[in-house]
Design a protein around this ligand. Structure first.
Ligand SMILES: Cc1ncc(COP(=O)(O)O)c(C=O)c1O
Length: 416
């Protein structure tokens, strides 16, 4: 039996789309529950976005809520490599041991190559960016820690620290600020001290991109306070502007930690591969905790991750082409629909437009899905209503079809 502390089960909405986060409000130890002996029992908020996707996605005919760039078929990845037969023979001959526990040297070397000053010794391979985020937070956060996280973002960055008993303050991203964090606001929030700052760059859902200058400003504040900065960089490199640099937090801050993923940038979500990199002391502590969660990612994931990175140029060319073409389609649609407004994304695969119809976003999305088969994600999953997250990079054709059916539905649903 647990004794109820600040945690109030009744306060949690049953509807996964109706959210608990209110930007600008302080989240205290509200997620923590204590046993009779005073030991903290981890309770965690439902993951709004993932629950929405899990509940509705299978009904989608036109899925324009997906965040990956059009997923690759394994065959195509191997074709792209020009070594398909050799790779298949190698895979079939793989002895199914745990493989290299940290990730093979080859893989860690290739991942390190994605960072200025990257070092294979400071890379840990993980089963996806989500596992990397979890392990990073499991390593960094202790009860009573002061965490500041941007919002909206991937909910792991707020709900996990909260579940571990941290006091989580929200640094709101606002459309009028291009969905970017305001360093002055961060400085003010950090005045009383901060242990960890959580960022997500490029940002899901808004598609905003923090450049080097802004990351340096944030690093300066964190340095003054002796705080870690964890930056979820799952979409790093998917910049819309040609040649735009994709700075990592690890390149500007000595206590910066980057998590990465093969799901979005490499279109290989089914591989369940990702990584983390950061300072040696952090990686060593994370590695020791990883024994309890992951042990290793296995030789097949390792080998295919190597193939992906060795063919990064081709995959990036394909994916940037898809993203830029799709964004142009979405922009045209937004321009033609004056009751929609947005901050045009600069990177990643998602946009977060708002609308001025008198309908809550979860009702909007359920009604649209039921009527047309077109699937969107409501802003309510982020606690921000009258907005929709559009995942526009899952194929230009599906995007065109989805947007056309959205237009028709809007005309019939809101005739005036
Ligand atoms: C910002 C962000 N981080 C991490 C993840 C998790 O990705 P993975 O498939 O690598 O676990 C996602 C997935 O949507 C994401 O959007």
């Amino acid at each position: 039996m647990v004794q109820r502390g600040l945690y109030q089960p009744g306060a949690r909405p049953q509807n996964p789309a109706a959210l608990h986060f209110r930007p600008g409000k302080v989240h205290t130890l509200g997620g923590a529950v204590f046993s009779k002996r005073g030991v903290m029992v981890v309770k965690i908020e439902p993951f709004g976005v993932e629950q929405w996707m899990g509940r509705w996605e299978t009904l989608a005919v036109n899925n324009i809520a997906e965040t990956c760039v059009d997923s690759l078929v394994l065959y195509d990845l191997l074709e792209m490599s020009g070594r398909k037969e050799d790779i298949i023979v190698d895979l079939l001959g793989t002895r199914m041991t745990y493989g290299d526990i940290r990730g093979s040297e080859r893989l860690r070397g290739l991942i390190a190559g994605l960072y200025e000053g990257g070092d294979p010794e400071r890379v840990l391979v993980m089963n996806g960016g989500s596992a990397a985020n979890f392990l990073a937070l499991f390593t960094l956060v202790e009860p009573g820690d002061r965490v500041i996280s941007v919002w909206p973002t991937y909910q792991q960055l707020t709900s996990i620290p909260e579940a571990f008993g941290a006091e989580v303050k929200i640094l709101p991203l606002r459309p009028e600020n291009g969905w970017l964090p305001d360093p002055d606001e961060l400085r003010g929030m950090a005045r009383g001290g901060v242990d960890l700052v959580c960022l997500n760059n490029p940002n899901n859902p808004t598609g905003s991109l923090m450049d080097r200058g802004l990351l340096e400003e944030i690093a300066l504040i964190a340095r003054e306070k002796g705080a870690w900065v964890l930056c979820d960089e799952a979409y790093r490199g998917l910049n819309h502007e040609e040649g735009a640099p994709a700075t990592s937090i690890t390149e500007v801050y000595e206590r910066g930690i980057s998590t990465g993923s093969f799901s979005k940038v490499f279109s290989l979500a089914g591989l369940r591969s990702g990584w983390m990199t950061g300072p040696a002391e952090f990686i060593e502590e994370a590695f020791s905790r990883r024994d309890y969660t992951t042990v290793s990612c296995g030789p097949l994931v390792d080998a295919l991750s190597v193939v992906a990175l060795e063919n990064r140029g081709g995959i990036m060319e394909r994916n940037l082409g898809i993203i830029r073409e799709s964004l142009a389609v979405l922009e045209e649609w937004i321009d033609a629909h004056p009751r929609f407004h947005w901050v045009k994304p600069r990177a990643g695969t998602t946009a977060f437009p708002g609308y001025d119809y008198d309908m809550p976003s979860d009702e909007f999305c359920v009604d649209l899905l039921g009527g047309t088969g077109t699937f969107l994600l409501p802003g309510s999953c982020f606690g921000i209503d009258k907005r929709l997250r559009v995942g526009y990079a899952y194929g230009t054709e599906v995007l065109r079809r989805g947007l056309a059916s959205l237009s028709e539905w809007l005309e019939s649903r809101f005739p005036n």
